[in-house]
Design a protein around this ligand. Structure first.
Ligand code: C5P
Length: 223
């Protein structure tokens, strides 16, 4: 089908975003970064005085911000109440708070609805990346990929991305990643998990180009 739906899940630092954008661009598909949506709602909470450690307060506020995701793989902007939030959602303050916010069921219900709506309404097919896309958001996706990599490879990639911005040591980066993954995997509502029918790709020893080629080949088999 022309409107192929591809779900790409996995922990942080496995190359999900780079891979998903490149695959979408190569195949002329749309692209949705669901992590950016969880970051956007977290950013709004931090800016609006919501105590992110208070699940009740987060639940009450969950419906308030308007979040609009661009789906162009070359320029996937996200706006919160009309303002471009693409840069501020990447700060360490947001990264540190996002797992607590995204564990709240009301937040997940809202984001899941938004994600299904976007996936349903694109006529051209879409690559959707996240943690629970293959298991919960789009269980009928045409193709499911689960990316993994060693903790060392993931920390090295992540600290490379942060370089020059908010440079943190490799150890601190590895610890922060491990903490976030433990929270994301351990939460009650749709935790980070590999769908039974997902193709697992270990990216530790692969270049981005190799991972992209692998996924493109898998898409072409189902499209
Ligand atoms: O992918 P990224 O690292 O930007 O995701 C940020 C956070 O958003 C994750 O650590 C996780 O807490 C949350 N998330 C989620 N479900 C998704 C995508 C992201 O809970 N589908």
């Amino acid at each position: 089908p022309a409107a192929v739906i591809v779900a790409i899940d996995g922990p942080s630092g496995t190359g999900k975003s780079s891979t998903s954008k490149a695959v979408a661009a190569k195949l002329g598909l749309r692209y949705l970064d669901t992590g950016a949506q969880y970051r956007a709602i977290t950013w709004w909470m931090l800016n609006n005085g919501v105590d992110v450690a208070d699940a009740g307060a987060v639940a009450t506020a969950a419906a308030k911000p308007s979040i609009v995701s661009g789906t162009d793989p070359e320029r996937p902007a996200i706006t919160v109440d009309g303002a471009d939030a693409s840069a501020p959602i990447r700060t360490q303050a947001v990264t540190a708070a996002v797992s607590a916010v995204s564990a709240v069921p009301e937040v997940r219900a809202r984001m899941t609805d938004l994600q299904r709506e976007i996936a349903r309404s694109t006529g051209r097919g879409i690559v959707v990346e996240g943690r629970d896309i293959g298991t919960t958001v789009l269980p009928d996706a045409d193709l499911k990929i689960f990316l993994t990599a060693s903790p060392e490879a993931r920390a090295a990639r992540r600290s490379g991305e942060l370089k020059g911005k908010e440079a943190a040591g490799l150890d601190a980066t590895r610890e922060a990643l491990a903490r976030r993954d433990a929270a994301d995997s351990g939460r009650t509502v749709s935790p980070l998990a590999k769908a039974e029918d997902a193709h697992e790709v270990d990216t530790t020893e692969l270049s981005l180009e190799q991972v992209v080629e692998c996924v493109v080949t898998l898409v072409e088999q189902v499209a």
